[in-house]
Design a protein around this ligand. Structure first.
Ligand code: F6R
Length: 243
């Protein structure tokens, strides 16, 4: 695991965007794995700027998002479909038909999950996966548990995740309690992984990434198995609260 410690959120966003731009420049038909949440928004802004300035062309990329709330319709403004359109897809030349987000309205979620993994495989696998990290160590919505699940699946969100994500909703009761998420193996099959974290609230979990331990209680520690992971974080996430 390589670690890039940045001065602040702005720097972190720039560094991550640089790596995505390099990836797409070297392989224009890259398969990108994307995340939602507050962490990657700055990076998406940089990618939009670079795309507008002609510094990167996304016209040949394919994208697969990590997760979606269930049940939730794509046009709900809290859905991850909506988030991605708002923060990236509609503002770049990524072909909309080559973007994929699990269907939060699938009548048969198990089938949807199975097909999602098949689509990733058929596309040739993810070249570069972007991850955020939950305060409880989740990646995608792979929550701490005795057993983690390999493939894309329907999962129950933990109370701490519902609490953390309630900031995006009017009230906590509005946060869906389930989600469709890529599994740990779906994530680990990516050729390269960037995991981003900012702010003191992520310090404890980022510290867990720096130890030799792997535990399903902190799903992100599974990334230590992978040979090409870059942690890009700000000083607060790495060192804790700065004075
Ligand atoms: C979102 C996702 C989640 C977030 C995590 C951190 O697609 O997969 O694992 O990355 O909950 O969220 P933020 O960035 O809001 O702190």
């Amino acid at each position: 695991m390589r670690v890039i410690i940045c001065e602040n959120y702005e720097e972190m966003s720039k560094q991550a965007a640089k790596l995505v731009i390099s990836q797409v420049t070297l392989k224009p038909e890259s398969i990108l794995g994307l995340a939602t949440g507050s962490t990657p928004i700055g990076m998406y802004d940089k990618l939009i700027e670079a795309n507008k300035a002609g510094e990167v062309d996304f016209s040949k990329v394919t994208t697969f998002n990590l997760d979606e709330y269930y049940p939730l319709s794509a046009d709900n403004d809290q859905s991850y479909h909506y988030f991605m359109n708002e923060h990236l897809f509609s503002k770049t030349n990524i072909p909309f038909e080559r973007t994929h987000v699990p269907d939060g309205e699938a009548a048969n979620p198990e089938k949807e999950c199975e097909e999602y993994d098949k689509k990733i495989e058929a596309a040739g696998g993810i070249d570069l996966q972007i991850l955020g990290i939950g305060q409880n160590g989740h990646i995608g919505f792979n929550e701490p548990d005795k057993n983690l699940i390999a493939g894309t699946h329907l999962t129950e969100l933990t109370d701490s995740t519902i609490e953390a994500n309630s900031r995006f909703f009017e009230k906590k009761e509005d946060v869906p309690t389930k989600a469709l998420t890529m599994g740990i193996a779906s994530i680990l099959k990516s050729k390269k992984i960037i995991i981003m974290a900012n702010g003191a609230a992520k310090h404890e979990v980022v510290s867990a990434l720096m130890t030799p331990d792997i535990t399903t209680d902190i799903p992100a520690t599974m990334l230590k198995i992978h040979s090409d992971v870059v942690v890009i974080c700000d000083k607060e996430a790495f060192y804790g609260k700065q004075n």
